[in-house]
Design a protein. Structure first.
Length: 404
């Protein structure tokens, strides 16, 4: 369902400069081209091709094929100065789109249901604007068009292939169009913005048998049920209550008949937390709990645990810079949402581990237009007015960080 908790805001666009307002129709066109051709992680051939085509048309130096489908471009200012990176993810999701719009996905079972088509468009628009106005900044802006944010993760391989080198990046910024906030707002904070993402897959091995003769069995369902309950104590009884954490069992599969005691049960789920000091803790505690329960019942287990993405931690100075710019651009009654935070995860975190930077949310929901479905929903869409707002914020960040 469409969220009804979002306020309707009167968005004043007077603070967006004329050149960027004039670019808005093209931003919408580019976004809709990308939206019609969604591609999954490390398969973004059409998307990367579109990005490279535009960069060639504008004479912007770039490299393709980085971490398979990534693209990196550089725009140089009028004089030497620092290097600021702008990161945009390009991949889509394995979702069948349900929107009845002229620009709906033409790839069955794939959809831009998280706004990455908008992120790519905003970065392209910023690259174009800056290439036309090099006198407005010093130094270099490096645009990182990243594959596979939704999984299995494109940031790490891009970093390994040197995207933060030659020239050495001094800071990095990025944004996420956010339907949890209305158009005309920016969610930004220093420190933890998004959570670490860790995934687990556990198989409990018991001994099956007849449902009427339980004494001959080790019931994997009973054992796994105890595990599910006990895992909830990790946060409630082992984590400092002033620190946030989540342990979610997302799937439980066992058994196949009503008169057969299951010999195996499989649990999968996710762990989320903000505090980097908790890295490794959940894995260790989960292993202890599962091992102890299985031993008490005579069962065995196998646990696969993947520390998928670290938390997104914003640098104080860069976050303050972005906040000051957002305050200049956003002119609504709400404007800046300083305590915006989510247990969702993002591999922008890897860039922020390497260089100081800031990731922020740009409100993109508009309830009056029916554009407030949540991310990863088959009817997700956003108010495209946010595209020009994103370009304006990025451009001003460049000008302030790379002052001419």
């Amino acid at each position: 369902m469409v969220s009804t908790s979002l306020p309707a805001l009167n968005v004043n666009l007077s603070r967006i400069r004329t050149a960027i307002q004039a670019l808005q129709p093209q931003l919408v066109e580019w976004r809709r081209v990308l939206h019609q051709r969604p591609e999954l992680g490390f398969q973004e051939e059409l998307t990367a091709g579109f990005v490279a085509q535009k960069l060639r048309e504008w004479g912007i130096p770039h490299q393709t094929g980085i971490a398979q489908t990534g693209v990196v471009a550089t725009v140089t200012g009028s004089q030497p100065g620092p290097v600021l990176a702008i990161r945009a993810d390009m991949d889509a999701l394995p979702i069948q789109e349900e929107n009845e719009v002229p620009y709906r996905s033409q790839h069955p079972g794939k959809m831009h249901a998280c706004g990455h088509d908008g992120h790519t468009t905003i970065a392209l628009g910023t690259a174009y604007y800056l290439s036309q106005h090099p006198e407005r900044f010093a130094g270099t802006v490096k645009f990182i068009f990243q594959p596979a944010e939704e999984g299995p993760g494109g940031a790490e391989p891009m970093i390994r292939e040197g995207v933060l080198q030659n020239p050495q990046v001094d800071a990095v910024i990025g944004l996420h169009l956010w339907n949890n906030l209305p158009l005309g707002t920016v969610g930004i904070r220093e420190g933890a913005l998004m959570a670490a993402v860790e995934l687990f897959d556990c198989t409990i091995q018991g001994r099956g048998g007849h449902g009427a003769i339980p004494q001959q069995t080790i019931d994997a369902i009973v054992v796994a049920s105890q595990v599910v309950n006990a895992l909830q104590t990790i946060v409630s009884r082992n984590v400092d209550p002033l620190k946030a954490g989540v342990v979610t069992v997302g799937s439980f599969h066992a058994g196949h008949a009503n008169n057969v005691i299951a010999d195996t049960a499989r649990l999968t789920g996710t762990v989320r937390y903000f505090d980097p000091s908790l890295k490794g803790f959940f894995r260790e505690r989960m292993e202890q709990i599962i091992s102890g329960i299985c031993q008490s019942y005579g069962a065995t287990y196998h646990l696969d645990y993947d520390e998928f993405y670290p938390p997104v931690i914003n640098d104080r100075n860069i976050a303050n810079l972005v906040r000051s710019i957002a305050e200049e651009v956003i002119e609504t009654p709400i404007g800046i949402v300083p305590d915006c935070q989510t247990m969702g995860g993002e591999d922008m975190s890897y860039f922020l581990q390497e260089v100081p930077g800031c990731y922020f949310f740009l409100g993109a929901a508009n309830l009056s237009k029916g554009l407030a479905y949540p991310h990863h929903h088959p009817r997700f869409d956003f108010d495209e007015t946010a595209l020009g707002m994103g370009v304006e914020i990025f451009a001003r960040c460049v000008e302030k960080f790379c002052q001419a």
